[in-house]
Write a protein that binds this ligand. Structure first.
Ligand code: SAM
Length: 242
C-alpha cells in the first residue's frame, strides 16, 4: 500500500478541481480503498469473470488502469491461453508508476501499458474489457461512443465488466445513499472537512448516471446479457456479454 491520503485535510486545500496528477497518484491506493465501498470486491470479481470468459489468443483491456489493480487481476486470471493485457490511462503519473510496478510482465510480453485517451483507443480481438470506476470521469456525451467502440472490438461471447458510482432516480434514495457513503468515509478516517473538500473538488469532474442509463445504453448498443454482479451502497459492478 502507498502513502496515506491526506490531500484534502485541513491546511492542505488547493481548491483546484480534482485530477489524477502526481499528488493523487502517490496516495491513490489508500484513497480508492477508503472512498469506494466494494472496491476490493470489484477487483476479485474481475479476476473471477476474466477467468470464466477468457478466450484463447485474445486480448484483455483495462481502460483507465490507474496503478493497475484491475490489470493485476487480469494478469492473475490468465491460464496459458496466449492472452495479452493492454492497459491504458491518460495520466502520465499513473502510467509511469504502473510501468515501475509491472516491469517483468512488460518485459515478458504479457502486458502493454499505454499513455492514451481511452476515447480514441483501438480495441481489437478482445475477450475481456474492464472499465472500473472510469466512465464516471468521461464527458457524458462521449460515453455511448466509447461503449460502442468496446462492443465492436469484443469477440462474440466476450465481456465488458463495468464498475461505477451511480445515483438513483428517487431523490430520497439518493440522499439516503449519500449519507451512508459519507458515514463509510468517516468510518475510514476522513474528517467532515476532507469529505466536503473532496466533494467540491470532484464537482463536475465525477458525473454519475442512474443504473437504468447504464443498462439501456448497453442494451441499445447490442449486449445480449446485462447482469449486475455487485452493489455496495451507491457503487455497482455490471457484466455485459456480447
Ligand atoms: C478511479 S480511477 C480507476 C481505477 C482503476 N480502474 C482501478 O481499478 O484501480 C480513474 C482512472 O481513469 C483515468 N482516466 C480518466 N479519464 C480518462 C481518459 N479519457 N482516458 C484514459 N484514462 C482516463 C484516470 O487517469 C484514472 O487513473
Amino acid at each position: 500500500m502507498g502513502k496515506q491520503d491526506d490531500i484534502f485535510s485541513a491546511g492542505n486545500l488547493s481548491g483546484l478541481p480534482f485530477s489524477f496528477n502526481e499528488e493523487v497518484t502517490e496516495v491513490f491506493e489508500d484513497m480508492i480503498d477508503r472512498s469506494v465501498p466494494g472496491y476490493k470486491t470489484s477487483i476479485r470479481l474481475i479476476e473471477y469473470y476474466a477467468k470464466m470468459y477468457s478466450q484463447d489468443n485474445s486480448n484483455f483491456y483495462d481502460l483507465g488502469c490507474s496503478l493497475g489493480a484491475s490489470t493485476k487481476a487480469l494478469l492473475d486470471s490468465i491460464q496459458n491461453k496466449n492472452i495479452k493485457v493492454i492497459s491504458i490511462d491518460n495520466s502520465e503519473a499513473m502510467i509511469d508508476k504502473c510501468k515501475r510496478s509491472f516491469v517483468s510482465y512488460i518485459e515478458d510480453g504479457y502486458l502493454d501499458l499505454k499513455l492514451e485517451d481511452i476515447n480514441t483507443s483501438e480495441i481489437n480481438n478482445a475477450s475481456v474489457v474492464v472499465i472500473n470506476f472510469v466512465l464516471q470521469f468521461l464527458d457524458v456525451e462521449k460515453r455511448d461512443l466509447l461503449i460502442e467502440n468496446i462492443y465492436k472490438g469484443l469477440n462474440c461471447g466476450g465481456v465488458l465488466i463495468v464498475s461505477e458510482k451511480i445515483h438513483y432516480e428517487s431523490r430520497r434514495e439518493s440522499e439516503s445513499m449519500f449519507l451512508l457513503h459519507h458515514k463509510f468515509k468517516a468510518k475510514n478516517g476522513y474528517t467532515k472537512m476532507e469529505i466536503s473538500a473532496k466533494r467540491d473538488s470532484l464537482e463536475g469532474i465525477l458525473v454519475t448516471e442512474p443504473e437504468l442509463v447504464h443498462r439501456e445504453r448497453a442494451k441499445r448498443i447490442g449486449f445480449r446479457v446485462i447482469d449486475k454482479l455487485m452493489s455496495n451502497l451507491n457503487f455497482s459492478t455490471y457484466l455485459f456479454i456480447k
